[in-house]
Ligand binder design. Structure first.
Ligand code: SF4
Length: 196
């Protein structure tokens, strides 16, 4: 089964055509200034996070792991979550596992980010980490955290989106542009789309 990445899932929500380009026309993927700047900001945020305590997440204690690779054969999905917090309950047992994703935007959390966190939650559960009830987004520019509940609806949405992505790639059918063309303005694929 074709294995997508969590980034693919997020981009499919942004515009399905990006995933089409990635898998059906893989030679045209550009690396933009925005993408490079994002990688550098992520590295800086991780350095700061290692020195902070967990109060930004409303937690007294917890073990942190950074850049945790995850994979699910069942979902056909892989990814690397920025941070995983394991809240310990005593005697080595784990009370809660929480995925955290850093964002470079000022603080607007769209549905695509909720799906991204949910995808990490499903993969953590698949690796035997127990039920993941919530995750956090950490917005680097504003240093703001946002809690996201991992709901049944979000879980169903992740599975449904992955199914639709797989069908699209197997049919090699280029989808239309998104309804909101504002998304095209900063899209790194814009020069390949002649209809927007
Ligand atoms: S330019 Fe617009 S239609 Fe083309 S891939 Fe980007 S978001 Fe999608």
């Amino acid at each position: 089964m074709l294995t997508f990445t969590v980034t693919d899932l997020k981009q499919y929500t942004f515009c399905p055509r990006i995933v089409y380009y990635t898998y059906c026309l893989p030679l045209i993927r550009p690396m933009t200034y925005k993408m490079r700047a994002g990688i550098e900001a992520h590295d800086a945020a991780e350095g700061l996070e290692r020195r902070r305590n967990l109060s930004a997440y409303g937690l007294q204690q917890g073990e942190r792991r950074f850049d945790v690779p995850l994979v699910s054969e069942r979902l056909g999905l892989s990814g690397k979550v920025d941070m995983v917090i394991r809240v310990l309950a005593g005697e080595g047992s784990v009370a809660e596992v929480i995925p955290v994703e850093y964002k470079h935007s000022p603080g607007r959390a769209g549905h695509h980010l909720f799906l991204q966190l949910t995808a990490y939650a499903l993969m953590l559960e698949g690796e035997g980490e127990g039920v993941v009830r919530r995750g956090f987004l950490y917005f680097i520019p504003s240093r703001r955290t946002q809690e996201v509940a991992i709901t049944p609806a979000l879980r169903r949405d992740v599975v449904g989106q992955l199914r639709a992505m797989r069908e699209m790639v197997e049919r090699e059918a280029m989808p239309g542009p998104p309804r909101r063309r504002a998304r095209c303005v900063t899209c790194e694929f814009r020069r390949f789309c002649n209809d927007v």
